[in-house]
Design a protein around this ligand. Structure first.
Ligand SMILES: CC(C)(COP(=O)(O)OP(=O)(O)OC[C@H]1O[C@@H](n2cnc3c(N)ncnc32)[C@H](O)[C@@H]1OP(=O)(O)O)[C@@H](O)C(=O)NCCC(=O)NCCS
Length: 167
């Protein structure tokens, strides 16, 4: 799965991304907000994770995509996972290296992934979960059209659940 927007290219995660995954997984501002990358803070764990996600992409059961800039610098990650094709649902996630915050990249990448999820994979509903304290992530979801459908947990681990329905 690959696509491009503006001057960015989005492609499947590969073993060459290992170092970037691990160094960002050790950054609390990223790891404390993204429950997935948090777990992959060693080269061994990140390698297993990349290989597992490559298998998932091969069976259309999960997509872990890397956003690169024009010079092939690693910009961040966009995920579509936990698909349930019977229910027509899936979850999205994302994170960017800190030098890429504030440029609209996550919003645009997410908006470009949605037609793939709805029109190509046939999903009917996409969910996202974000800490209530994570206003930047809420901004991404709301700019892409997601709506809050509920809350769970207790502060500081309190989350909003968002959903977006296929039009
Ligand atoms: C969540 C995260 C990806 C959001 O990053 P972000 O840069 O705020 O989001 P976007 O890339 O969509 O950029 C939006 C920002 O760029 C600005 N922007 C500039 N040009 C823009 C454009 N063309 N379109 C949209 N926004 C634009 C917006 O005003 C906004 O800035 P603001 O936060 O000052 O209002 C980032 O904070 C992150 O990686 N956090 C750690 C991990 C995480 O929280 N992941 C999500 C878990 S649910």
């Amino acid at each position: 799965m690959e696509f491009s927007f503006d001057n960015y290219f989005v492609r499947q995660m590969e073993l060459k991304d290992l170092q970037n995954i691990v160094s960002n997984a050790k950054d609390p501002e990223i790891a404390n907000n993204n429950m997935v990358v948090k777990k992959y803070n060693t080269l061994a764990k990140a390698k297993k994770y990349i290989e597992k996600m490559q298998d998932k992409e091969a069976t259309a059961t999960g997509y872990e995509l890397v956003i690169e800039d024009q010079e092939h610098n690693f910009v961040g990650v966009l995920s579509l996972h936990h698909m349930d094709y019977k229910k027509g649902t899936g979850y999205i996630g994302y994170w960017l290296t800190k030098s890429n915050w504030g440029k609209g990249i996550a919003t645009k990448a997410l908006k470009h992934l949605l037609p793939f999820a709805f029109d190509y994979l046939g999903l009917k509903k996409i969910y996202a979960k974000t800490l209530i304290s994570n206003t930047k992530s809420q901004g991404v979801l709301e700019r892409a059209g997601f709506k809050v459908i509920g809350k769970s947990g207790k502060a500081p681990e309190e989350y909003y659940f968002y959903e977006l329905n296929c039009k």
